[in-house]
Every structure is written in structure tokens, then in C-alpha cells.
Design a protein around this ligand. Structure first.
Ligand SMILES: [Zn+2]
Length: 420
């Protein structure tokens, strides 16, 4: 079944070069709002804005696409307003491709109370630090959906697979995600099995509702739907989830791509990503949800993930934590008060081209708004460019050498996180 434009014009993925002996590859994602050269880092604008930075500046630092959160935009301003504005990109004056997540992770993480997000370091967290007590939970999951309390005003809401599809169609992003149940590494094995089946049944319902909405809204640009893979740290569940969702075909449609989601133990990130990517079709893109640390990005790319999103670069920037080739540093350190040189000599961003670390450090000390702006532009450019360099070195055959060189310098003094 074809909706609106021909399949070639609406959404496509073309794989390119491969890392020798690995699953990692380059590629091109085509959307109605332009192409994304992969691998690519997709900066997060949670509420239709990258905090403190205008979309023009995000374009200027070569961000190829932006990702917003369906949960936040559902609560405020509400999907009907974004729809009336012509969709997310039009609303926020971003002409390029956009993504929205399904709202599932936010609903469940705010609600069921994950205190630590996706990439969990299991060695340093106990289960009672990760999963909130029952009385603190703001959400309850059943087989039909999730009932949750708004973090804004305490009002009660309910997301089902159908509601998530309706909200994301109104938001109008080029790439949207199926509604899934995100578990933690601390749920029991039997809960993970039940949850994986629930996510599979929700994925089927998402495809049916997505098909209906695509037909009903054929005047709108085509939206690609990605299924979200779960299964926590279990190889059999991860492989089953990937096979189940890539095999689904409801009302003549299947998923356009896949989100690699859920609890991902940092130590085993590469292994878990490779289990899923081995099972997935080569000709569909894979988005690794919520990953943005340099070492995790290298591991994700090497093992077959094509796109990534994470709030960390902007969130950390607002606390004066900035990336350099020699690791992450904090501009609040007194030594930066007299660094009359860029934050990072190697960086080509607007901030490093025009301002000194001393000036940025001064702005942070005096709590000036533009401090966060300059630091966010730098951090987003640093990560976008890092993944762009991964793409270039996959093309030239030098990826593994670039990985060794970059991580060896970035994590000097922290051999555990260096490349092996
Ligand atoms: Zn910079």
C-alpha cells in the first residue's frame, strides 16, 4: 500500500560503506524535509527548542536533524497547536528533518520512576536507586497502555499505542517511534519476557493506527515509523525482539526503521547493539536512543547504529561542562579565568572561532544567559562533528584507527574507557 507520494520520495535508506569485519556502516536517510548522512548525531530539542540556542545556530553547527519529545509537546503546547502550525519543523522554524520519540520513555521514566536513564552503570547503582518506590510512581502500566500524572500540573493522562501515534502524527515529525514499554536492568527476567510481548503487541497496534492516520492525513508529508526494540541485557530477548518487530506487517505496512531502546548496560553496550543489528534488515536505519557520550557513540557506530540522540551535550553545557579533545572540563575551574584562547583549539564552532574560554568562564561566573548559549553551541558542534568524523573515517577505511586515537586522548587517565 502506498500513501500520497511514491515510496521513493517519502522515505528511504541507502546503506553505503561498511567497517571491515564489523556491522557499522555509512548511509543516507531520505525524508520529505531532506537527507541525513549517517552515522549522525541528532541534537535534542525536548520542547521544540534546543535550550538557549536558535535553530539557525543549530543549522550553522551542521546539525542534520533535531529530535523533540512527544510527551512534553503533548502536555505543552498540545499537539493540535503544533499541527495547526504546519508540524514541528514549521512551528520551530527548522527546515530540516525532525524526529519525535513516542513519549513512552518519558511517561515511564518520570512515572515508574527511573532515577537513572538508559545507559546504566550497573556496578555503581543499586536497584532501589534506579526504580522508585511504588508510592512515588506517577505512572501505571497495563496491557492496554500507561496512565500517568502530568509533571506540570498533576493532571491525569493516558497514553496507548493509538494515542501515541495520533499525537506524533499531529506533531508531524519525519521520523516517529512506536510506543513501547521501557524496562530497567533491575526488572526480573520474567517481567522482561512479559514486557517484551507487550511491546510486540503495542508495535502491531502502532502499525495499524499509523496506517490509518497516514491515509487520513495524506495531504501531509509522509512520516516514517520506527519500531522500538527492547529486551534489556538478555541476548535471546534482544534477538527475539529484533526478529519479531522486523517481521511485522500489519495492514500492508512494516516499520521503516528501528529504535534500539531500553536499558543498555554501558559495559555491554556494543554487544547488545550487535545482537539487535545482526537480526535487523540491512536496508533499514537504526537509531540508538539516548546515547551521546563519545565512547558510547564509537561503540554504537562500530556495532551498526546509524543515528543517535542525547540531551547530555546541551544539559552538561548549561552546567559549564564542555568537551575538549583532552576530555570533558568544567569552565568553573579557576584556570579558565585566564585562558585567552578557545575552549578547544581544534574546534571549529562559532563559540571557539569568536570567543575565549576566559570570556565564557566569566559569563558562567556572572550567571549571564548567553553563557549557556556559547557552551551549548560548542558541545553540540563537538559531538555532531565527532560523529561526522566517524562517517568520514568509515568511508576512508580509518575508523578503528580514529577511534583508538580519539579515545586514547579523550579518556587519558581513564584506561577503562579507552579503546581496546
Ligand atoms: Zn567549539
Amino acid at each position: 500500500m502506498t500513501y500520497g507520494t511514491s515510496p521513493g520520495e517519502r522515505f528511504a535508506f541507502t546503506p553505503g560503506s561498511q567497517i571491515s569485519g564489523k556491522l557499522g556502516r555509512t548511509g543516507v536517510i531520505s525524508t520529505p524535509h531532506g537527507e541525513i548522512q549517517t552515522p549522525a548525531f541528532i541534537p535534542v530539542g525536548t520542547k521544540a527548542t534546543v535550550k538557549g540556542v536558535l535553530p539557525e545556530s543549530m543549522k550553522g553547527l551542521d546539525a542534520q536533524a533535531l529530535l523533540s519529545n512527544a510527551y512534553h509537546l503533548y502536555l505543552q503546547p498540545g499537539p493540535a497547536i503544533v499541527d495547526e502550525a504546519g508540524g514541528l519543523g514549521s512551528f520551530m522554524n527548522w527546515p530540516g528533518p525532525t524526529f519525535t520519540d513516542s513519549g513512552g520513555f518519558q511517561v515511564l521514566s518520570l512515572g515508574v520512576g527511573f532515577k537513572k536513564v538508559i545507559a546504566m552503570d550497573t556496578e555503581t547503582f543499586r536497584s532501589d536507586e534506579v526504580i522508585a518506590d511504588n508510592k512515588e510512581r506517577l505512572a501505571h502500566v497495563d496491557d492496554d497502555g500507561v496512565t500517568f500524572k502530568s509533571h506540570l500540573d498533576g493532571s491525569m493522562h493516558r497514553f496507548t499505542p493509538e494515542v501515541s501515534m495520533q499525537v506524533q502524527h499531529q506533531l508531524g515529525a519525519d521520523i516517529i517511534f512506536a510506543f513501547d514499554e521501557c524496562t530497567t536492568l533491575h526488572n526480573t527476567r520474567s517481567y522482561q519476557e512479559r514486557s517484551l510481548e507487550r511491546t510486540r503487541l503495542w508495535a502491531k497496534r502502532c502499525l495499524v493506527e499509523h496506517g490509518r492516520l497516514t491515509q487520513e492525513r495524506s495531504h501531509r508529508p509522509y512520516q516514517a515509523l520506527f519500531g522500538v526494540l527492547q529486551g534489556a541485557q538478555y541476548e535471546d530477548l534482544r534477538r527475539k525482539g529484533a526478529r519479531d518487530l522486523s517481521g511485522l506487517n500489519e495492514v500492508g505496512i512494516s516499520f521503516d526503521g528501528f529504535g534500539l531502546g531500553g536499558a543498555l548496560d554501558k559495559e555491554n553496550l556494543g554487544t547488545i547493539v550487535s545482537w539487535m543489528c545482526e537480526e535487523l534488515p540491512r536496508d533499514k536505519p537504526r537509531h540508538l536512543l539516548g546515547i551521546g557520550e563519545p565512547d558510547d557513540l564509537f561503540i554504537g557506530v562500530e556495532n551498526g547504529a546509524d543515528t543517535f540522540d542525547c540531551v547530555a551535550p546541551s544539559r552538561q553545557a548549561r552546567t559549564s561542562a564542555v568537551f575538549t579533545r583532552d576530555g570533558r572540563v568544567n569552565l568553573s575551574n579557576t584556570k579558565y579565568q585566564r585562558q585567552f584562547a578557545p575552549i578547544d583549539e581544534d574546534c571549529d564552532c562559532y563559540t571557539c572561532t569568536n570567543y575565549t574560554a576566559a570570556y565564557a568562564a566569566h559569563l558562567f561566573r556572572s550567571k549571564e544567559m548567553v553563557a549557556g548559549t556559547l557552551a551549548t553551541i560548542h558541545n553540540e558542534r563537538f559531538i555532531v562533528r565527532l560523529v561526522d568524523q566517524m562517517r568520514a573515517t568509515i568511508e576512508s577505511g580509518d575508523f578503528l584507527e580514529f577511534k583508538r586515537e580519539f579515545l586514547g586522548r579523550f579518556y587519558v587517565g581513564n584506561p577503562k574507557r579507552q579503546a581496546t
